[in-house]
Design a protein around this ligand. Sequence first.
Ligand code: NAP
Length: 352
Amino acid sequence: MRAHHDKFTGMEAAFRLSWTLTLFTVLGYNAAFGAGERPMMNAVVAHEYGAPEVLKFEEVARPEPKDDEALVRVIASGVNPADPLTLSGKYAREWGTHLPLIPGYEIAGIIEKTGANFTSLKPGDAVYGYPTFGGGWADYVVVKEWEVAPKPKSLSFAEAAAVPMGALTAWQSLVDAGQLHAGQTILIHGGSGGVGSFAIQIAKVRGARVIATASTANQDLLKQLGADVAIDYTKQKFEEVAKDVDCVLDPVGKDTLARSYAVMKKGGIILALVAPPDPEELKKREIRAVGVWVKPNAKDLSEIAQLIDAGKIKPVVTKLLPLSEAIAAEKQAETHHTRGKVVLRIADEPKG
Ligand SMILES: NC(=O)c1ccc[n+]([C@@H]2O[C@H](COP(=O)([O-])OP(=O)(O)OC[C@H]3O[C@@H](n4cnc5c(N)ncnc54)[C@H](OP(=O)(O)O)[C@@H]3O)[C@@H](O)[C@H]2O)c1
């Protein structure tokens, strides 16, 4: 009996060992190769460059933050005119774009976890920012410390996602490059767009006089945002109204830029966002120009958040669309006639 028992116990032990080894092997395999264990997420993905239609709505592996990164659960993500250009692949080499590409260059969300060296914010913090290489049109995105700051408390996540790109561009143009100050006059082209709508408000905070342009339907918005003079560029030439300005913000280019030199005073500055000014014109009229290329900047985002929470500036959200409408959002961005900002809703606003 004893012998039988021992034999039985031995067989059972062997069976158990073999079962345990099998389980270990399966789990070990999955952990290493991500088959069933790797967390997944929804994302809008491009596997090829092209028109907005190349975007697919897919389930992909959730990114893992490196030591200097945080994983953010995205609640909302903004849409930009540069997005379709990035998607076209035309500037892939210059802009460091890679496939597969998840667009989404402005986000608002909640920190899910942080890498060992990401110490400025912690899990649970509400943040907003500009992930340099996108990734925001997904449930999760990884960010570096310099790309995010605490979200303005007075805004919903959808509103906060409408801020980073436009406000940073306006800030780095007017404050850093232009050093705009009280007593100066600035001409802001495209005052109703993602950049211009913040530029008007930031210029007013700096104490400048603002002349802004937009089409007929957006004249009311220019005034609401604080423009002292609103010009309907479809009905009137801006040079009939704007004279001797200290500063021009140009997010339009072409003929708009070409006609802007003549309205500037000597020593004035052009803040060029889309096209390089003509060096001959600059020399002839003794004006300066700076080409501005927006960069993520946590300190700037914090200062902008303070102004927002102080009620001095606000975003203009024209449309809030579900992530599944990403192609429609991208097509709107291509028009270069967006009023304020289109935002994609990725998850419900957290309660409380
Ligand atoms: N260099 C950089 O770092 C940087 C950063 C951000 C953006 N950008 C570029 O700057 C441009 C503007 O960006 P955004 O986000 O503001 O674009 P947006 O949201 O599409 O707004 C464009 C605005 O321009 C106005 N507009 C169009 N044609 C005009 C004209 N002929 N005269 C005056 N206004 C005109 C539109 O007003 P109506 O609808 O009333 O016509 C619209 O409000 C884009 O090309 C973008 O790629 C560059």
